[in-house]
Ligand binder design. Structure first.
Ligand SMILES: [Zn+2]
Length: 136
């Protein structure tokens, strides 16, 4: 395992969403590093692109989890996405599909769905820990 706390984000390659997501992930998970897996419109790449695109994302997530020891994977979609120019509602619907895909990978991770809106602030759309585990 690498030194330090790593978390993982599947994010767009858009320069506007890098720093907000990194800062949010570091703050919420007391992480030292955020492994950033980027694609133009990652939600589209994972659900509507050629299978190689999804395989490539999966392979990179596995490195982050298995080698860096990440225990959190955030799937990020955002406003004004050039790689996947659809409405917020469509992004959020496809985000749910992506989370379903990530959950089939059976990784020992908490899975979050994040939306970055016009103000470039990060909003939590779903959280596997909050949504599926009973309160302790
Ligand atoms: Zn984008």
């Amino acid at each position: 395992m690498a030194d330090g706390v790593f978390v993982t984000a599947i994010n767009c390659m858009d320069g506007r969403v890098q720093e907000p997501v990194i800062a949010w992930m570091k703050r919420h998970f007391e992480a030292d590093y955020v492994d950033m897996i980027t694609e133009p419109g990652p939600d589209k790449v994972m659900t509507a692109g050629p299978p190689e695109g999804l395989d490539s994302v999966k392979r990179r997530v596995a490195i982050s989890v298995n080698v860096h020891g990440s225990r959190v994977v955030a799937m990020v979609v955002h406003h004004d996405c050039a790689g996947f120019p659809v409405s917020k509602e469509q992004h959020l619907a496809v985000l749910r599909a992506c989370i379903g895909i990530i959950e089939t990978w059976d990784l020992p991770v908490r899975v979050l769905g994040l939306w970055v809106g016009e103000d470039w602030e990060v909003e939590v759309v779903s959280d596997s820990q909050r949504d599926s585990r009973p309160p302790t």
